[in-house]
Write a protein that binds this ligand. Sequence first.
Ligand code: SAH
Ligand code: SF4
Ligand code: F3S
Length: 507
Amino acid sequence: MLYIRFMFKQKTNIKDIDYKSIKPVFDSSKKRVYIETYGCQMNVNDSELVLAILQNIGYSLTKNIDEADLILVNTCSIRENAEQRIWGRLDVFRLAKNKKPKLKIGVIGCMAERLKEQLIEREKTVDLVVGPDAYRSLPDLLRNVEAGQKDINVLLSREETYSDITPVRMDENGVSAFVSIMRGCNNVCAYCVVPYTRGAERSRNPETILNEVQILVDNGYKEITLLGQNVDSYFWKNEKNPEKDINFERLLEMVALVNPIIRIRFATSHPKDISNGVLYTMAMYENICNCIHLPVQSGSTRILELMNRKYTREHYLERIAKIREVIPDCSITTDIIAGFCTETDGDHQQTLSLMNEAGYDFAYMFKYSERPNTKASRQMKDDVADEIKTKRLNEIIELQNQLSLESNRRDIGKIFNVLIDGLSKRSDEHFSGRTSQNKTVVFPKGNYKTGDFVNVRIISCTSATLIGEIVEEKPHETITELKNIIDETIQIVENKIKHKIKDKIKK
Ligand code: SAH
Ligand code: SF4
Ligand code: F3S
């Protein structure tokens, strides 16, 4: 029997969850859940929330499908091929269930939200379907599933931010963690399925964000990435005192102040919303990483308008110029879509020329994939032939490889402070870490360990990786560096004050 709970929201009492451990429990005497995650960083973080909820009702994690009593696949709908991969995984899970009929299979996340009951109709082995705002109801849904029924909850919420649930961390190294600061999206980019799978935008209570950051710091984490589909529109209203409303600039500052040695990153910024204030805050705090992910999607203003991105090529390039002015050593990365509806070769050439002007350090590049029920699928024709999309995408990838190589070559000879992530993939004698600009550096291990910060001089590179060697600090270098930092900070504070005064005068 299929229970459908679109219309009401169920809350499970989670007050008594034991949050002392933020690490997974591996215990073969308990029921075991195997979780596989696809899609963006928000999904990675959501799987950690789901694990917290499941551990509270007695489940423990397994990394081995054969040991699982429950398989959850946290899904993505962003492009058609993302969904195809998941259908392929469901075929594999079906085989596991044939071998072990008591095994339960749940589909959660964006594809669950998009397809709802169709998922169970198409794939009979699926027992459970849960959308991104319904994870609190998992204990109730699982009770029905364990009793042999199928269950589904895909209710979207205007308030849910899971702000009181501390995720159980599933990362391997204990160094970097994601913290969601908001959920959903209020932009309606014509190509994008996210507003439909994740619902309306809502910001999370800042106090709970700071608590979570503190818990991570107490547990040895060294790098926090704040997550939202459009972090620049973060906003928390202070009902008592509007002077104390918290926007993203302020939140970023509050998080940076939790502990000066913890690195702070954030994603994703929106070109229409990223403010000068955010740039000044980044420049002011040494521990906010000098890296901005600023998806452009297209270099043609005509295409940007059709995409409903709400900025022009000129506005985008002005934002890039401002970033370069305020944070000269900031890396800038982007997302690009090739072959959106009506895209001509002229539009494509504009994307290539914008890439050259922006000089991206890194990019995620995609062929346009029409998604059912989006504005583009309802109002526009997916009229660029697949071979042309492929050709344009290849040109974009080739240019980006060149730009990444040039960007890395400029780093040769420089010294960077690197946070060690773990062993390099290729050699146990080398560590892999990242610079503030989020570039990967590989270097001989020395006497350090994962989670340490080290200074590394870059000696060579490929388009994807910097190769370096550790430089032990000499005291006089530290003092000169300190002096430089103080000079820079004074300059930035002066700029920030000037900027604030200008803003006040404008008002
Ligand atoms: N919130 C972020 C990114 C969301 S999705 C933003 O606003 O930029 C990540 C990326 O997937 C997008 O930036 C876009 O480049 C790509 N994408 C989204 N929908 C797509 C589609 N239908 N076809 C191809 N790429 C898409
Ligand atoms: Fe999608 Fe646009 Fe929202 Fe990003 S800002 S999630 S691309 S609708
Ligand atoms: Fe995919 Fe959903 Fe993220 S569609 S990209 S998992 S928000």
